[in-house]
Design a protein. Structure first.
Length: 254
């Protein structure tokens, strides 16, 4: 376990990489390694949420302006609300341990939705660090294929509002003013280009629907649609072009 060194700068802004349902370290490994290379870091911190408020640590918290943190949930067969609650344990614990006040985050799949939820639930929580930049990758914001959504079933209005909204989406929409206004958001989603308008598991409508909620609120909102095989749900987080775009957004480097 790395030491709780009190000499880390409060000006550091770490980047957390968060996996989704049935995910693990393997889900974010390529993103983490790519970020380490882009920022010239030779190590990163891996924090595993064991449950019951307990965490274990491996690797190192670096002195870089943007330490990399790979978040792993031991209980990974859970949805948005559970993962958001796990994040509500992990983020304050990391803040207390390493002394930062702002953070960046990258969330894949349900990890993306959970990060949005956690922010909205802790909008006025002084013990919760402030979000600086957020990358959403293949987020199921308005349903999952065969679980409340179907290919080419839902539609959106000219403004981007989905016609059909599931309870999770509606809750986020009603809580949109609790999302940090100074945050910058990048939304990455896939389209297999096979007529389904999905990344296999998430429809384009569902993944894009977060724009309607956050774009009018945040400092900046941009999106990238990845077409073809690289846009498959589990390949999105490993595609070299996607990784370069994410790193440039987070660290200003190609």
């Amino acid at each position: 376990m790395p030491a709780n060194d009190g000499n880390f700068s409060v000006k550091q802004i770490p980047t957390l990489y968060v996996h989704g349902f049935r995910g693990g370290a393997h889900s974010t490994q390529q993103m983490v390694e790519s970020a380490a290379k882009a920022t010239r870091q030779d190590s990163w911190l891996q924090v595993t949420y064991e449950g019951g408020g307990k965490m274990s640590y491996a690797g190192n918290w670096t002195n870089d302006p943007h330490p990399i943190v790979q978040v792993v949930f031991k209980d990974n067969w859970v949805g948005t609300r559970f993962i958001s609650r796990y994040l509500e344990k992990v983020l304050p614990a990391l803040q207390e341990r390493y002394g930062f006040t702002q953070y960046n985050a990258v969330g894949h799949s349900v990890g993306a939705t959970a990060l949005v939820f956690a922010e909205m639930r802790n909008y006025d929580n002084p013990k919760f660090p402030k979000l600086n930049k957020l990358v959403l990758v293949g987020g199921p914001f308005d349903g999952v294929v065969a679980l409340g959504d179907l290919p080419n079933f839902n539609r959106s209005t000219w403004s981007g509002r989905p016609i059909l909204m599931n309870p999770t989406y509606l809750e986020m929409l009603l809580s949109r003013n609790r999302f940090p206004k100074d945050a910058k958001v990048l939304n990455v989603f896939g389209n297999l280009n096979n007529g389904t308008n999905t990344d296999k598991y998430i429809t384009v409508i569902s993944a894009k629907s977060i724009r309607y909620i956050l774009a009018p609120i945040v400092k900046s909102f941009s999106e990238i649609e990845v077409r073809g095989l690289p846009g498959e749900h589990s390949m999105l987080h490993d595609d070299s072009l996607v990784l370069n775009k994410i790193n440039k957004f987070l660290y200003g480097q190609p």
